[in-house]
Design a protein around this ligand. Structure first.
Ligand SMILES: CC(C)(COP(=O)(O)OP(=O)(O)OC[C@H]1O[C@@H](n2cnc3c(N)ncnc32)[C@H](O)[C@@H]1OP(=O)(O)O)[C@@H](O)C(=O)NCCC(=O)NCCS
Length: 439
């Protein structure tokens, strides 16, 4: 637990009724920011990710470990009378209640926003669902690709030319899951600040659809432009290809007004092999004359400075295929690291494509936040995860292990005033352990 004196959320109590990725990524941040997070899990089952994609069937998966550090686990069936009582007591003490069950499930369990607000009017209620309440899809269950597919991310990502790869494609980044968790986090922290003034908790509803769409703002910008003039100068289709009614997939363009592309390099060796296929570098030509001049010097293409096909940004947009071709020939016999080092000297925005292996073996990134090693103990030992993505000047998070299923039952139930006998009775009646355990 981040028990630092100055931890931003020290003293904040969270009842965490989330599972899989979207919700747990939010409560992970709350825990790292110093909140006391109690994760409610179904007895004998737990968060589905505990047993998903395991490398050893007897151990919790890395999926679970990446999202549940520094939380406490209470195994609790919230549908039994005792379970409802325990949950009610926890809510009475809580600052936040966070859930991401399927639409309608929390109402059925009797812990909707309205009910929780009655139990504790100061408690902020955070919820994640697939779609906004206004959507015709609001009752659907949702996972990551559904969010990307329905919120214009997939239709605008991938290859645009006819052929096997001309299909809507999802990003490797979790735009529907962890991104939604971060959006909910913003809402919850805003509600916490609001409660300072009003004294009352409010309801924060975050859909995966809205979170994903919020990152696709430049695509709505492009649609507006396309509607007006029928083409988009920054796209590979301009000026010779065809545009339809909607924003096309854009391959590797930069997305703004500057001219960017991803170029093949020679493998650097080590983890940059031909097999893994990440021997690429991303290079951007800026629009300004001075920047372009420097880039031409770096590339050795000074002839472009006097050639009207290339010496203005608009001309370059019209001749981008020739630019891609020539720069691609230039990078082909260099490694992505050589290109980066060389062009950076000329002030060119440039960066190597980095693989998971390259990133996770880069010791400079183990800075206490970017990548962190958590000691889980036991057979798992140390594992690597992505840390808190921002820094705060007078506070540094600490990163502790993940709980076992129900690993904090006794501590939590005792603190709520339940005697040993009562706890045993709850284990036997299916509230904290599966009934099957006692047959
Ligand atoms: C992720 C999702 C698709 C999984 O759906 P699911 O397999 O039906 O699983 P859920 O956990 O939501 O619900 C399963 C049941 O367990 C119950 N349950 C879960 N935890 C419980 C607990 N501690 N005590 C009692 N019941 C519990 C639920 O009430 C639900 O019961 P019901 O089906 O009778 O209503 C769905 O929860 C969802 O769409 N969530 C919103 C969007 C989201 O966050 N998606 C995940 C992105 S990573």
């Amino acid at each position: 637990m981040a028990q630092n004196q100055t931890a931003p959320l020290s003293g904040i109590k969270v009842v965490d009724f989330t599972e899989v990725q979207s919700g747990p990524s939010c409560t992970q941040m709350l825990a790292w920011l110093g909140a006391d997070v109690i994760k409610i899990e179904r007895p004998g089952v737990g968060d589905a990710t505990r047993n998903e994609l395991q490398w050893n069937p007897d151990l919790p998966s890395y999926y679970f470990l990446q999202l549940n550090s520094d939380k406490k686990s209470l195994s609790l069936d919230a549908a039994t009378p005792d379970g409802k009582e325990v949950l009610t007591k926890l809510i009475k003490e809580a600052d936040m209640f966070v859930e991401n069950l399927h639409p309608g499930a929390m109402d059925k369990l009797g812990f909707s926003w309205e009910e929780v607000h009655k139990i504790n009017p100061k408690c902020i209620y955070g919820t994640i669902k697939g779609f906004p309440l206004s959507s015709k899809y609001r009752d659907l269950k949702a996972y990551e690709p559904i969010a990307q597919a329905t919120a214009i991310a997939a239709s605008t990502t991938g290859w645009w030319q006819e052929g096997a790869y001309d299909v809507p494609t999802q990003s490797g980044a979790a735009l529907g899951d962890s991104n939604t968790g971060m959006h909910l986090l913003i809402g919850l922290l805003a509600a916490l600040a609001q409660r300072e003034r009003t004294g009352e908790g409010s309801y924060v509803y975050q859909s995966m659809h809205n979170a994903c769409l919020n990152l696709c703002r430049i695509k709505t910008r492009d649609q507006l432009t396309l509607d007006k003039i029928g083409y988009l100068t920054q796209f590979p289709q301009y000026p010779d290809g065809k545009f339809g009614d909607c924003v096309p997939r854009d391959g590797n363009i930069e997305g703004g007004g500057v001219l960017g592309w991803c170029y093949k390099c020679k493998p650097a060796g080590g983890y940059d092999s031909e097999v893994d296929g990440n021997n690429y570098v991303y290079i951007i030509l800026q629009r300004g004359a001075k920047d372009f001049e420097l880039a031409c010097k770096g590339l050795g293409f000074e002839d472009w400075l006097t050639n009207p096909d290339f010496n203005t940004a608009d001309a370059r947009d019209r001749h981008k295929q020739e630019i891609y071709k020539r720069i691609g020939e230039w990078t082909a016999d260099k490694t992505k690291f050589e290109v980066t080092e060389h062009l950076a000297k000329f002030g060119v925005p440039v960066g190597p494509v980095i693989s998971t292996k390259e990133l996770m073996t880069d010791e400079t990134l183990y800075d206490g936040n970017t990548l962190v090693r958590i000691n889980q103990g036991g057979e798992i030992g140390e594992f690597v995860t992505v840390g808190c993505p921002f820094t705060i000047s007078d506070w540094q998070p600490t990163y502790g292990p993940c709980p076992s299923l129900g690993g904090n039952n006794e501590e939590i139930l005792t603190a709520l005033g339940y005697t040993k006998e009562q706890q045993e009775a709850m284990a036997k009646n299916g509230t904290t352990q599966p009934v099957d355990d006692h047959k």
